[in-house]
Design a protein around this ligand. Structure first.
Ligand SMILES: *Cc1c(COP(=O)(O)O)cnc(C)c1O
Length: 310
């Protein structure tokens, strides 16, 4: 087997000043610009996964996602860039016109489709051993890159934050990015981490976040001690995951025309929309706020393909 020696390039995110529709100004950490295809927080989350796969001598990386997943697109691109074969276990059926799947295949990813019910079992022993029989040795990365290595990479977001803020705000799916921000926060008395869930999960999100914190801290009491370091505002999912309202469309378009920055609709559109509603209410008007643009703009293509966007 060919030896791999991966070097993960160091890239520093920049900060843009942006204006929210409504007039407030906040800073935006441009993780969306870290890499054109390994976008945003997926760049952060894949870093230690790829390095570990390399260290352990694997030449294949296998991961999981929906047919429009940013994580699938990013893993495929990372495989191409760093010389790994990639396998994507995809929920649902093949659609040759799906732009995300087209991109992943172009990067060389092998797509393995499974039914929705089989996908629910994807983390079980049986499912994994079937995959091993079919594909041989591979480094397993969970859906969304939501493991210890993923959280470890997200802690490094702080390295690129060189000013002091009252709030650092981020959108939440699995909560790994938020967990990384909470765990890496150099001054939690000064700066609170704010999470905006994009799914309709309510209490489930706190449980997910706790579980992510536990993966690193390994102590439930310690997890509780981090409670004062963050806030979650669960009412901005706008109907649920990938639900796109006309209000959200207007918001993302106005934001783009005022700042020349494209947001994705599933994550950052909802996060910035939430922020514009929170400032002057739960977030005092004169606060210093940094929003993290977690990338994912490739997903807009998928929404267009599904007819959810023009
Ligand atoms: C995957 C993704 C998220 C969700 O991150 P989690 O760490 O799973 O909470 C947020 N924003 C974008 C653009 C994403 O692609």
């Amino acid at each position: 087997m060919e030896e791999l020696f991966v070097e993960w390039p160091h890239k520093k995110s920049t900060i843009s000043q942006v204006k929210l529709p409504g007039g407030y100004e906040v800073d935006l950490l441009r993780d969306d610009n870290l890499h054109p295809q390994i976008s945003g927080n997926k760049w952060r989350k894949l870093k230690y996964n790829v390095l570990k796969a390399d260290q352990k001598g694997y030449y294949q990386i296998l991961t999981y996602g929906g047919a429009f997943s940013n994580h699938i697109a990013a893993t495929a691109a990372a495989g191409k860039e760093f010389g790994f074969k990639t396998i994507g276990v995809i929920r649902g059926e093949y659609d040759p016109n799906n732009p995300t799947l087209q991109f992943a295949e172009k990067c060389g990813m092998h797509l393995h489709f499974v039914s929705r019910s089989a996908y629910r079992e994807k983390d079980s022993k049986f499912f994994r051993s079937d995959l091993r029989k079919e594909f041989g040795p591979f480094f397993n990365v969970p859906e969304g890159g939501a493991n210890f290595e993923g959280i470890q990479g997200c802690q490094e977001i702080w390295k690129d934050i060189d000013k002091e803020y009252d709030y650092v705000i981020v959108p939440c799916g699995t909560c790994s990015t938020m967990a990384g921000l909470i765990l890496g926060n150099p001054n939690p008395d000064r700066t609170k981490v704010v999470g905006i869930p994009v799914l309709n999960v309510n209490d489930g999100l706190q449980a997910d976040l706790n579980q992510k914190l536990f993966q690193v801290l390994y102590d439930w009491e310690l997890v509780e001690e981090y409670k004062d370091d963050y806030l979650i505002f669960p009412d901005f999912h706008l109907g649920g995951y990938a639900k796109i309202t006309s209000e959200l469309k207007d918001f993302v378009e106005t934001f783009k025309s005022e700042n020349a920055i494209q947001l994705d609709y599933i994550y950052n559109g909802k996060m910035m929309f939430a922020l514009s509603e929170l400032i002057g209410n739960e977030i005092p008007e004169n606060s210093k706020v940094l929003a993290v643009h977690t990338g994912g703009v490739q997903g807009n293509e998928g929404l267009r393909y599904m007819g959810k966007l023009q």
